[in-house]
Structure formats: C-alpha cells, structure tokens
Design a binder for this molecule. Structure first.
Ligand code: HAM
Length: 452
C-alpha cells in the first residue's frame, strides 16, 4: 500500500483499541480536580502570538525556538498554543472571571505544540492536563495544588514519582540573583550558544535551562537561586514545606529547578520519574504572581501545574499499572433475511434507548461471518434472528463468555435482557468469590440510608 502521506514527525495517533486508557487518565484527573473545586475551561488551540511572547517570555526556548507561528490570511501572527497557562489567563481576564469570587479554579485538557526534537516522551503535539488557581497569595494554595497533583498520581496507582520543589523568588530577590548569574556567565561568554549570549543581558536565568549541551554543562556550577531569596520569599517557601510535611507529602529541594517559562515566581515544583528515560518530568508547575498583570489584569497572585499525558501513559505502561477494561458491546444481533433485519433494527434501537451497547451487522453477511464479527468485537451476548424467530417471537440469547443460552422473548426483549444479564453478572461475582456491592447500582449504600 503506497500511502499518500504519513503523520507529521512528533505526532501520535491514539487508536480505538487504546483510547479507553487515555479516557481513564483524563476522567480521573478531571474527577480529582473537581473534588478540589476545579471546573474545566476550554480555550482555543491558537492565540495571538504576542500572548505567548509576553506571557511565556520572549527569551525562553519555547518562544525563541519551539513555537508553531504563522500568519493567517488576514496577516495576523497566530501561534498554536505551546502550553495552557497563557490562554487560561487571557480567558480569565477577557471573560470577567476575575470579577467572580476568588480564588477562581480552572482545569483543562489540551493539546500543545512545540517544535522540539522528538524522542520517547517528547512530542511536537502532546497533551496536558493542567490546573490554574487565580487570586491567592497563600502558601496554603501552593501546598494544595501539589497535593492535588499527587492525588491524581495516587488515584491512578502510579508509584515511585519523586517531588522536587524550589523557590525562584520574586522580582526583588531576582535582581540580586541575576547580577550573580551575569558575573558567573560572563567568564564563559565565548562558549555560550548565540541565543544564550543574547540572554546574558536580557534574562540570564534562561541560560540555566538551555538545552545545548555546552550551555547546560557551564550552568551546572552557576549560583543557585535559593541563596538569594528575600525574607518574604524565604518565609513563603518555609511555610509551603511545613504544609507539605503536615500532609505527609515527601519532597526534596532541588535548587536547580528554574522551569523553562518566564512567568514563575516563588514556589516551583516538578514530579519526576526515572522509569521513562531522559524525559522524566511528568508534571511541572508553580506560582506566577506577576503574569495576570503582565497580560493586562490587576495584580493577581496565581499558580498552577500541568502534567504531560503521554509521559503519564508511558510511566503507567512502564510500571504495569492496571487500566480498567474497555467497554464491550452488551449485545450483537445476528440477523438473517429481511424480516429479521427489520426486527433487529427495533431491538438495537430499544436497547440503545435503555443505555445498552447494541450492534448489528451493517454489511448483512452470512450467520457465520456475523458471529465471527461479534466475537472480534468482544460482544457480551448475541442472539440469532431468522424468519423462524420473528414468527415465534422468541430467540436464543447466548452469553459469549460462558456459552450459556437462554430463550428470550422478542417482544419484551429489553427487560428480559436486563434480568438475564444482571443475574449472570451476580453469578459471575459469586464464582469469583466477591461480595456484590449493591450500592454501586444505586449510588448510595443501604447503611448510608439507615444512618441518615
Ligand atoms: P511545562 O513544564 O512546560 O509547563 O510542561 C508541563 C508538562 O508537559 C511537562 O512536565 C511534561 O510532562 C509535558 N511536556 C512538555 N513538553 C512536552 C513535549 N514536548 N512532549 C511531551 N510532553 C511534554 C507548562 O506547560 C506550564 N504551563 C505548567 C503550568 C501550569 N504552570 C503553571 N500552570
């Protein structure tokens, strides 16, 4: 087969056989965030380029080297979002969320685009789950968002992630730090890459996360930011740590974390794994007290994080973390002949209206071929309907796992199907020696009703 073209380098398809895993990660993340008071926000995939230049910072690798930027037909410079924070802040301001009760808590699932060198865990189109919390300066918020990220990892059953935290201070302490960095890097000017030579004057901290091997080697012995924190930033950092300890959240301080985006102030953190190779940072975030006013709002201390969903998936696969099974069709109706096809249309319609997954063969093949297809689709039950069954109004329902067969009326099909499938599920649970949890059917337990 000669394909016209292939997927773009650094992009990845998610196939139907795997998509339930992504859906599981996404719904778990959204569910945990909801328990912490976060509501989903959806923003456009592209924004005006200046949003990222101002927001993410025009001396960052992301803006200088990695953005997908183009002029649209109206001559506007447009950029595919390289991350979710800048768009969320823009939307928060533009839609007046800033006038609602603070803090405003939003979360998102987004695709992001960065022109990076693709490798395991590093893509050009990747996906993030992120949260942003606008309007709180309290260290309680820093500790809470870290515990939220950890809660997502715990709920997914991920192990062995280490939390590394740092404080990169505020503009006051940053001044002193920049001075020290400049002095240090000035002794290596000739060795720095062209971009970092330019950064030396404009934003020396960005040299610390340059991906060029020579720059990163020089950066290893550079002064660390924690030695330059002002009183307030030091106290904030100490209090965040006190709260983390109270919540039994283990962490290490890594004074080398500066994050690759310009908006961060005070607390920054990363969750890192050593099971997925060089791209081991699964989640990164921190406080950005100056970003909202940088983008035209009032001064609004804020913070957030984002986790890379592809890296999360790699990690879960590397750790053999169990995923729930994909949903299977409840019923496949094998129909032979015109009358049976009409009857099968009625049955699947009624079943679907009651919330069951019900399928029939769109290609109207032989019984054998339809059964083979039902088997491939992993249908839980099948029935075969021909002229005879339509006439009698009765067919045989087959449990594809146990082979058990039951006669079933075609006139009261859905209610009978419900009873048969439920009693077989109960028998299945007994066989497996598990107690059946009736509360899962009704949402609340009997004991809850009695107590309340
Ligand atoms: P970030 O560290 O640039 O932060 O990205 C967050 C996460 O996205 C990373 O930890 C990583 O898991 C994933 N990621 C980044 N680049 C790639 C890539 N090329 N391929 C695959 N995964 C990748 C941010 O984006 C900030 N907006 C996070 C934030 C939200 N800070 C405050 N609020």
């Amino acid at each position: 087969m000669a394909l016209l073209t292939k997927a773009i380098k650094g992009t990845k398809d998610v196939l139907p056989k795997d998509v339930h895993k992504n859906q599981y990660i996404e719904s778990t993340a959204l569910g945990v965030a909801e328990n912490f008071g976060y509501k989903e926000i959806r923003t456009p995939v592209f924004e005006h380029t200046e949003l990222f230049q101002r927001g993410v910072g025009d001396t960052t690798d992301v803006v200088q080297k990695e953005m997908y930027t183009f002029d649209d037909k109206g001559g506007r410079s447009i950029t595919l979002r390289p991350e979710g924070t800048a768009g969320a802040v823009r939307s928060y301001l533009e839609n007046g969320l800033c006038n609602e009760a603070l803090p405003q808590k939003v979360c998102y699932l987004t695709s992001c685009y960065r022109y990076e060198k693709p490798q395991a865990g590093r893509l050009r189109e990747f996906h993030q789950f992120g949260i942003e919390c606008f309007g709180t300066a309290s260290p309680l918020a820093d500790a809470e968002i870290i515990s939220l990220a950890k809660s997502i990892f715990d709920t997914l059953g991920i192990k062995d992630l280490s939390l590394e935290i740092n404080s990169i201070g505020c503009p006051t302490c940053r001044k002193e730090y920049h001075k020290a960095l400049k002095e240090y890097f000035c002794n290596h000017t000739d060795e720095l890459c062209e971009t970092c030579k330019d950064r030396l004057d404009r934003n020396p901290m960005r040299i610390l996360d340059c991906k060029s091997p020579i720059c990163s080697k020089i950066a290893q012995d550079a002064p660390v930011v924690t030695d330059y924190l002002c009183e307030e930033c030091r106290e904030h950092f100490d209090t965040v740590q006190k709260y983390l300890k109270t919540m039994n959240i283990d962490y290490t301080i890594n004074s080398k974390i500066v994050r690759g985006l310009d908006y961060y102030t005070k607390t920054v953190f990363e969750f890192v794994s050593d099971s997925i190779g060089a791209q081991g940072t699964v989640c990164g975030g921190g406080r950005y007290d100056g970003l909202v006013d940088e983008l035209g709002g009032q001064k609004t201390p804020s913070l957030g994080f984002a986790m890379g969903l592809e890296r999360l998936m790699l990690l879960m696969e590397a750790q053999n973390t169990p995923f729930p099974e994909a949903n299977k069709p409840d019923l496949f109706v094998v129909a032979l002949g015109e009358k049976a096809t009409l009857k099968s249309l009625e049955i699947v319609k009624d079943m679907r209206e009651e919330g069951f997954g019900a399928l029939l063969d769109l290609n109207q093949r032989s019984i054998r071929a339809q059964m083979k297809y039902a088997d491939k689709l992993d249908a839980k039950f099948t029935i075969v309907i021909g002229d005879n069954e339509v006439e009698k109004g009765i067919a045989v329902l087959k449990n594809m796992k146990t082979g058990e067969e039951n006669e079933i009326s075609l006139t009261t099909f859905v209610s009978e199907f419900y009873n048969i499938s439920l009693s077989e599920q109960l028998a299945d649970l007994e066989i497996n020696g598990e107690a059946f949890d009736f509360s899962s059917m009704f949402g609340v337990s009997d004991s809850f009703n009695e107590e309340n």
